[in-house]
Design a protein around this ligand. Structure first.
Ligand SMILES: Cc1cc2nc3c(=O)[nH]c(=O)nc-3n(C[C@H](O)[C@H](O)[C@H](O)COP(=O)(O)O)c2cc1C
Length: 203
């Protein structure tokens, strides 16, 4: 050692489950923001089963389908719960499409995206809340998503929902991702991470 201060690089893992790419795009942008703040960041698909061990922080996001997180994202959290609970973890969802008739002004974004907290149709909301609690997540954030009907459906329920007469009301075409909001959220994570884990001095 030279006697100079050596600042340990902070590291973060951003994991996403994305059926049509919009959540992956949000994960990439979060990765870019963290990287820009000097945090060494890996972005990985949950289906590639990344290992969160060794990262200082983990950010996990999923697209929402029929009021639920995608299985790959749920599996990642469940499989790694014991590791994740020892680290700062942030969750995000990419879901609501602006103008969708399921969204009411002033309502809770988690309710808009996942359905009610209790009662009929609350399964996906309860499940995500339980995951957030299990890993002691700092935030459970919802971003607007994107929907492009030209991108072919990937599951049978998706195919069926799209051809329902009411589908135009719940699936407005467009990319509603708010990049400034996403960047601000990632900036907040960077700030918390850089403050929380003080730079180690090895010299
Ligand atoms: C079949 C289908 C069902 C959807 N269900 C929901 C839903 O229940 N709640 C919601 O907020 N968004 C819902 N969406 C919108 C998606 O969550 C949104 O398009 C998201 O950005 C998709 O992420 P991805 O591109 O990463 O797969 C649905 C979209 C489709 C195509």
């Amino acid at each position: 050692l030279t006697g100079k201060e050596v600042v340990a690089m902070r590291t973060a893992l951003v994991v996403h489950a994305s059926r049509h790419g919009s959540t992956a795009g949000i994960a990439d942008r979060i990765g870019e923001v963290l990287h820009g703040k000097g945090i060494q960041t890996a972005v990985a698909s949950a289906s590639s089963r990344p290992d969160p061990t060794g990262f200082d922080a983990v950010i996990i996001g999923s697209g929402i389908y029929l009021g639920r997180w995608l299985e790959d994202a749920i599996g990642f959290v469940e499989r790694n719960r014991v590791t994740l609970v020892t680290k700062p973890v942030w969750l995000f969802s990419s879901g609501p499409l602006k103008g969708a008739n399921m969204s009411k002004p002033g309502s809770d974004p988690l309710v808009d995206a996942l359905g009610p907290e209790d009662g009929p149709g609350s399964g996906g909301h309860k499940q995500l809340t339980a995951l957030a609690t299990a890993v002691n997540a700092r935030e459970n954030h919802v971003f607007y998503g994107a929907y492009d009907p030209a991108d072919p459906p990937q599951t049978v329920p998706e195919r069926l929902l799209r051809i329902m007469p009411f589908s135009k009301g719940i699936l407005p075409t467009g990319d509603y991702r708010e990049w400034d909001v996403i960047e601000a959220w990632a900036g907040g994570i960077a700030a918390e991470l850089l403050e929380r884990v003080p730079a180690a001095t090895l010299a």
